[in-house]
Write a protein of this length. Sequence first.
Length: 320
Amino acid sequence: MTDTPAPDSARAGDFADHAVEWAYRVFLDAADPIVIEDLQGVVLDMNPEAVRSYGFPKEELVGKPITTIVPPRRHDQAHELLSRCLQGEQVRNVEGIRQTRDGREVPVLITLSLLRREDGTPVGVATIAKDIGTLKVVEEENRRLTRVFMDATDPIIVEDLHGVVIDLNREAEQTYGFSREELLGSSIKRLVPPARHEQADDLLARCLAGERVRNVEGLRWNRSREILPILVTLSALKDEAGETVAVATMVKDISHLKAVEDENRRLARVYMDVSVPIIVEDLDGIVMDLNQAAVDTYGFPRDELIGQPITTLVPPERHV
């Protein structure tokens, strides 16, 4: 003979018999502070987490208005939320502030639930206040990093793992001449001359493979197809699990540096090719450099004269 399952009505009755007990157990064990207040906002009960979070012993807070744990500037909000709840409005996850016994303020998400008798008559309100202090710290850090990202003086582009642009800062818009909307969803290679596409692919692959990619010389071009010599740095952006989810590409315009290098090379050619002997000496009269005309004129190999005093080329009677 097999056991006959209990009818649904029997199971429902069993649940009803224990519902109050179970609900109170949930109230006691909840990880968020819960305060029960009457229809006038006076505290009737509080769970252990509320005692721990606010620092008030239960017997000290019971019988006090809920505003005892609310900063004065938020009292109006507390009264408004209670009023809205009593009128039957859903009050869920409203940002607010709680204040502990020692005066510390805690940012919270507030949810109010209207408690009723069996006949539907309201008898109180359960206020759940979820501490979002850590979330607020993270949000502020994100805002700070966003400001750093957006206000950086070098162009920064964030690309996905396939080299598609998913974010960029204001300097990138300014440098390349494309609006944010135009670049989002485009390949990073839209900003790279075709001759350097392979380099762009290679740098991305190296970064995704975990290699440090720092200050690599490359090229970009802007909307007008003007070539910009740059130094490229790629940084892998990782999620909480340590998985790479995107890559930040930072470039530094070295046009001015390249212009200086070109000018230096031009001057070096002039220096070496001029037909007049030129010798560069330090403040102590030691030869640091000489051009080809000096080598030809004085007959000393370049490496033999460098490091010698200039008087090597001067007759002894003229040393003074």
